[in-house]
Ligand binder design. Structure first.
Ligand SMILES: Cc1cc2nc3c(=O)[nH]c(=O)nc-3n(C[C@H](O)[C@H](O)[C@H](O)COP(=O)(O)OP(=O)(O)OC[C@H]3O[C@@H](n4cnc5c(N)ncnc54)[C@H](O)[C@@H]3O)c2cc1C
Length: 433
């Protein structure tokens, strides 16, 4: 495979120059790897943080560069940083990997895939704007001047965040959502329904249960479009944003590596996908013993996972011990939308029982506890159930405690005590044994 084994013997190629890629490069150096590191990117700019693209859409005039945000300078850490040399194909052999790019081939001992995701664009929606990259944000910001009418398709994380900041910036905003409540897929209908009033509260019109059938661009070339709905109604927007989810950017790996129907690579708990092939961040679903299959798609995985992945990679390549297990952390998503702060820990299942802690709409915030009632029992007259996930809304002070609580696994809780907002959640945990 390689013409020069000496040179490629201690080398890693990292594909994807976002948060996961940058953290991988940093972890390689922090864990003492002194071989050759190549970083391949596709966006033509240094790694930056994406969450501010929506939350600070109108405030930023430059990307949130990871050198300033987190002190990660890939140019100082990697030997070869190619900001615009996307990988096109991967070949995995017994002695190494070979990554074909537009400019040639990079050979290395191992590859870490950190290619992130791409927004979903249904066929015929090419007139819609997207928000995934800094260039998307710059274009959107330029068009969302006060008085502009924005139609956002999708009341998911990004649709909600953009709706909130755009209405604050003086735009008229309508959000169209095919499902019956916001974030139904992520939080379930019982919990998502409590988010619906936030839209009117922020001055945004929310149209639920309205599937979009087509988006037709205006003929005048000004960028406006008409959104046609299954009900027969049509909505005109000066700007139409498609915010209907994202899929792993792994098309180029189809047939080479195991992946699910969404294109998410199948990794083990530390991101091993195949011998010499590892993956971090949005592009991989990790299978672990505590949380089962955890798809990427959120910032915290791209931030934390590389450390354990690199530890495994270095141990595997040096045929050393398996290395310390990655520090445990529960899957975590945060969002700031329509004047509210959300933190979701764990992975809710549609079959969970939901118990509220505090009252939605109360100034003091609230939480939704997702309980796995398969694992329910009554002990000394108390109902106990396994806490699978928690959504915390506007209760910053509970976030740190929850992170610690769920780090070690899914605790058994006394359901009545957990629902009592006057008591710390940790007091509801039933000690093991
Ligand atoms: C607007 C917005 C707001 C968000 N807000 C939140 C939030 O509030 N909370 C939260 O938890 N998450 C949020 N996220 C998600 C979070 O930003 C991502 O989970 C995180 O960026 C994933 O990091 P990553 O490194 O896996 O992928 P990315 O950040 O997508 O980086 C992947 C990089 O790889 C490049 N690439 C792709 N294919 C190739 C290839 N073949 N070769 C080379 N390079 C390639 C891409 O161009 C990209 O630069 C948000 C995302 C967006 C878009």
């Amino acid at each position: 495979m390689t013409s020069d084994r000496e040179e490629s013997l201690r080398s890693v190629v990292v594909v994807g120059g976002g948060l996961g890629g940058a953290q991988t490069v940093a972890a390689l150096r922090a864990q003492g790897f002194d071989g050759r590191v190549t970083l391949l990117g596709a966006e033509g700019r240094p790694p930056y943080d994406r969450p501010p693209l929506s939350k600070e859409l109108f405030e930023r005039d430059a990307p949130a560069d990871l050198v300033h945000e987190m002190g990660i300078d890939v140019r100082a850490l990697a030997d070869d940083v190619r900001a615009t040399d996307p990988a096109r194909a991967l070949e995995v052999g017994p002695d190494g990997v070979s990554v074909a790019t537009s400019s040639g081939t990079v050979e290395a001992d191992a590859v870490v895939l950190a290619v992130g995701s791409r927004p979903v664009v249904p066929p015929g929606w090419e007139h819609a704007s997207l928000l995934h990259t800094w260039d998307d944000a710059a274009r959107l910001r330029a068009r969302l001047t006060p008085g502009t009418r924005l139609v956002s398709v999708g009341a998911g994380w990004i649709g909600a965040e953009v709706a909130g900041v755009a209405t604050k910036a003086g735009c008229e905003v309508v959000v169209v959502e095919a499902l019956d409540v916001p974030l139904e897929r992520q939080l379930g209908a019982d919990v998502g329904q409590h988010l619906a009033p936030w839209y009117a509260g922020a001055g945004v019109e929310l149209r639920l249960g309205e599937a979009v059938t087509a988006i037709r661009g205006d003929d005048d070339g000004a960028g406006g479009a008409t959104v046609e709905l299954a009900s027969g109604a049509a909505l005109h927007g000066d700007v139409v944003l498609a915010a209907v989810g994202a899929r792993p950017a792994t098309d180029w790996l189809r047939g080479t590596l195991p992946m699910d129907a969404r294109g998410s690579l199948a990794g083990d708990a530390v991101g091993r996908v195949a011998p010499r092939v590892y993956a971090v961040g949005d592009c991989v679903t990790r299978h672990g013993t505590v949380y089962g299959d955890v798809p990427g798609g959120h910032w915290s995985a791209a931030l934390h996972d590389p450390e354990g992945t690199v530890r495994a990679l270095l141990a595997d390549l040096s045929a050393g011990a398996a290395g310390d297990p990655a520090p445990g952390h529960a899957p975590y998503v945060f969002s700031q939308q329509l004047g509210h702060d959300l933190a979701l820990f764990g992975t809710p299942s549609p079959f969970d029982e939901v118990v509220l802690r505090g009252l939605p709409g109360h100034d003091d915030g609230w939480a939704a506890l997702y309980l796995d009632d398969d694992d329910e029992e009554v002990r000394d007259g108390r109902r106990l159930a396994r806490l699978r996930a928690v959504l915390v809304v506007d209760r910053h002070r509970e976030v740190g405690a929850l992170r610690r609580l769920l780090r070690a696994g899914l605790p058994l809780v006394d359901v009545a005590a957990a629902a009592d907002v006057t008591r710390p959640l940790k007091d509801a945990v039933v000690p093991v044994g």
